[in-house]
Structure formats: structure tokens, C-alpha cells
Write a protein that binds this ligand. Structure first.
Ligand code: AMP
Ligand code: MG
Length: 415
């Protein structure tokens, strides 16, 4: 197996001191291997999981031709009056045969009675006792749902790697399948590093801050549906750090740390990580979130995120999320879509890095526009809370004038 350094160095334009966001994402993907273990779970529990088998229908859905409307089923011929001989409801078929000039009253979902091919909606007919008068202009085959029109016997409907959403649960249930094989959940462990960090519940001493990163990480990971292991706060102490890195990497697929990767502490943590496994330190051409470590200890992948609370969230959404979804084996395109909207204010920006400003997308007079949340410091977590989108200012882009179009990524629905 090639080392991370080998994989990454093959990338065109790789520069660890000013790595472009798209290059970093590509580099990380290139190093990951998709988890292989699977488990079988009841359909309901498969929500949000990744399918690990093909779903091939053993029945047609629907299983019979049936009526799409309330009306009259008949074999369409060149006549205007049909005699009603019975009724069919959903789940209660008409037992007899329908001959020429005859019709059966049908409700939506009723099996098409033998001898019929067309349904005329009830609003269109006139009744004269048991005679049903049909206006001209009906089309043979109208208002009929055919057997197998949704799902056909033998034609695969879901492939391994499918992300199971509510629609897929329903689809699987419509085939009568009670259990499905899915990839096992990813196990993600994380801890915060810093001598200044206090845990909630403890009194805050001078110079301390409460550890908020473990809570944003908890939230972001929980939404991704992974198994979470919160290992707490670790002091900037090599022995403690070493112990926890080893413990975390033994049981988790991915280990995420925050803090201690900026210059100063970095050299110290760097040494330790390099001793335990293979870790690359990157300066990413982005704001916020410049310093980041990526590597591997044993079988676990490691993300050393910056300490600043906004930088943690931005690097998580831009790199860790993508990596976790890739590892989980999803085969859909889960990249966060970029939408173009008008920016209602001027923004400062220099070419040469990607910026993720926190934005508020609103609609006024029928038109969507975005503005920033104001102060954009990477320690201002309030900016993430007030925002409903990232304003993504691309690598090459310079300053933005009020009224120009910018790219945004919606935060809601991000998982
Ligand atoms: P570092 O990357 O360790 O130099 O930290 C950068 C900044 O983020 C410092 O101001 C830290 O106090 C702050 N910080 C680091 N970790 C956390 C955390 N878990 N919660 C809140 N702030 C943090
Ligand atoms: Mg620190």
C-alpha cells in the first residue's frame, strides 16, 4: 500500500504550504479506503445508512394493472353507452368478466377487471340508471397504472452505495423486503487539545475558555449518522496526547482533534504524530482554517483541525464531511452544491485563497440575495449561528462589489 505522502505527492500542483481547497479534498480522497464491514438491519433502521447490496425486485410494483382514478373500467369501443355490472375497490377486485358494452365502477387502486383496458373518470360520465354514458374523445388505456410500471421483477432498483433516504425505505418496503444489508456505521473519535480549555460544568479560571469545539463536532457528526466517541479535553502534554492518540486510533476509523496545529504548538504535536504514524501538515489556502493535519495512525485516519471554533466548522464541512461520506461508501454526489446569488454588500477578498464567509440568504421583493453576518473572525462562533449559508469566494476571486453574483452553500440540509 502506498503511503499518504506518496499518494499526495503525485497530485499535480500539490504545495503543502499553500494547498488549494480542491486539491486538499482530492488528496484526502485519494488516501481513503471505503469500509467493508456490513450488517443487516430492519428497514426502518436503515434510514441514513449506506446500502451494501443490490435490491432486485422479486415482484412487480404494482403487482396488477389497476385504476389510477375513480371512474368506470371498460374495453373502449366505438360506442357511448356501457352497462354497469359491478364494482371494484382497492383490495376488493371484481370477480367476474366484463364483456363488450359493459363496465365496472372502479376506485383508485382497484385491480382492472378482466376484459377492461381503460378507465373513464367519474366526473366525465352521465348516469342513466345502470347505463353509463361516455363522452367522445376517450383514449384507450387511459387512467390505468400497469403492473411493474414502478418496479419490475428482475430489474435492479438500488445499487450498493445507495444512501437510504425516506424514499428508499418506502421503495424497499414496497417490495415486501423486511431487512437490508448496509455498511456498518463509521466510528469517529474526537478530542480537544489546549491548556486553556475548561469543560462545561467546571468553573472558569482566569485565562480559560469553555471547550465549544467538542459540541459543534458532536452536532456535525451526529447529523452524519456516525458512531461518536467523545474523548474529552487533553492538555498540551506529550504523554497524555500520545496515550489518547493511541487509544483513539485503536478503536476508531477516524480521529479528529482540534487545536494545537498552528505554528508554535505545531512542531510539538507534529513530532508526536509523526512518531505514531504518518501525518502531513498542510497550510491550506483558505480562510478561515489555514493550518490542518491529515494522516493515519494504524488503521485510523486522522484530522488535526485548527482550534478556532469557526475554523473547526469550516474545515469539517469542507474536508472531514467529504472524507467521512467517501469512507462510508456512498455512491451519490454528496458535494455541497454551490448556488449563485446576488451579494448585497461589498466584500474584501484577495486572490490566492478560498474564503468561506458566513452569510445570511434572504428573499426580498421576490429576489434572493446574501449578505455577511458582519464580523468574520475565526473565533466568532456567533457568525456560524447567525448564518444560514457560506459565501464561498473562490481561490482566484478578488474583492466583490455590491450587487455582484457570488456562490453560496446552504447550511441547512447539510449532513
Ligand atoms: P490553537 O489552534 O490551539 O492555537 O487555538 C486557536 C484558538 O482557538 C485559541 O484562541 C484557542 O483558545 C481556541 N480554541 C482551541 N480549542 C478550543 C475549543 N475546544 N473550544 C473553544 N476554543 C478553542
Ligand atoms: Mg491550543
Amino acid at each position: 500500500m502506498s503511503t499518504i505522502a506518496q499518494v499526495v505527492s503525485c497530485l499535480d500542483g500539490y504545495d503543502p504550504n499553500a494547498l488549494r481547497v480542491d486539491k486538499a479534498r482530492e488528496a484526502i480522497r485519494g488516501c481513503l479506503s471505503i469500509i467493508q464491514e456490513t450488517q443487516t438491519v430492519p428497514v426502518r433502521e436503515a434510514l441514513g445508512r449506506v446500502l451494501a447490496e443490490s435490491i432486485v425486485p422479486s415482484i412487480n410494483v404494482p403487482s396488477h394493472d389497476n385504476s389510477a382514478m375513480d371512474g368506470y373500467a371498460l374495453r373502449l369501443a366505438d360506442q357511448t353507452t356501457y352497462h354497469e355490472i359491478g364494482t371494484a375497490l382497492a383490495g376488493r377486485p371484481f370477480a367476474g368478466k366484463v364483456g363488450p358494452g359493459e363496465c365496472v365502477r372502479v376506485m383508485t387502486g382497484a385491480v382492472m377487471p378482466q376484459g377492461t383496458d381503460t378507465v373513464v373518470i367519474q366526473e366525465a360520465v352521465r348516469l342513466d340508471g345502470k347505463d353509463v354514458l361516455i363522452p367522445r374523445g376517450q383514449k384507450a388505456g387511459q387512467n390505468v397504472r400497469y403492473a411493474g410500471e414502478d418496479l419490475k421483477v428482475g430489474v435492479p432498483v438500488l445499487q450498493p452505495g445507495a444512501w437510504l433516504r425516506p424514499a428508499e425505505l418506502g421503495l424497499i418496503a414496497s417490495l415486501g423486503i423486511p431487512d437490508v444489508k448496509v455498511k456498518r456505521k463509521l466510528r469517529v473519535a474526537f478530542f480537544s487539545t489546549g491548556d486553556e480549555l475548561a469543560s462545561i460544568g467546571a468553573a472558569l479560571k482566569e485565562g480559560e475558555v469553555y471547550d465549544s469545539n467538542r459540541y459543534t463536532l458532536h452536532g456535525m457528526l451526529a447529523r452524519l449518522g456516525v458512531e461518536i466517541s467523545d474523548l474529552g479535553v487533553v492538555r498540551d502534554d506529550p504523554l497524555q496526547l500520545k496515550k489518547i492518540f493511541l487509544k483513539a486510533s485503536e478503536s476508531a476509523d477516524v480521529v479528529i482533534t482540534t487545536g494545537g496545529v498552528s505554528v508554535g504548538e505545531a512542531d510539538f504535536v507534529k513530532q508526536l504524530m509523526a512518531e505514531l504514524g504518518e501525518v502531513l501538515f498542510w497550510k491550506i489556502a483558505m480562510r478561515p482554517g489555514r493550518p490542518m493535519a491529515f494522516g493515519r495512525i494504524g488503521d485510523a485516519f486522522l484530522f488535526g483541525l485548527p482550534g478556532n471554533p469557526v475554523a473547526v466548522m469550516v474545515t469539517f464541512y469542507q474536508f472531514v464531511r467529504d472524507a467521512l461520506l467517501h469512507l462510508s461508501g456512498r455512491n451519490d454526489d454528496y458535494a455541497i452544491p454551490l448556488l449563485k446569488v446576488k451579494c448585497s454588500e461589498a466584500l474584501r477578498k484577495v486572490p490566492g485563497r478560498t474564503e468561506f464567509q458566513r452569510g445570511i440568504l434572504t428573499k426580498a421583493n421576490g429576489e434572493w440575495s446574501v449578505r455577511t453576518t458582519g464580523q468574520q473572525g475565526s473565533g466568532v462562533l456567533r457568525s456560524m449561528s447567525e448564518a444560514n449559508c457560506f459565501i464561498v469566494l473562490e481561490h482566484e476571486r478578488g474583492k466583490v462589489a455590491a450587487g455582484e453574483m457570488v456562490s453560496v452553500q446552504l447550511m441547512e440540509g447539510l449532513a
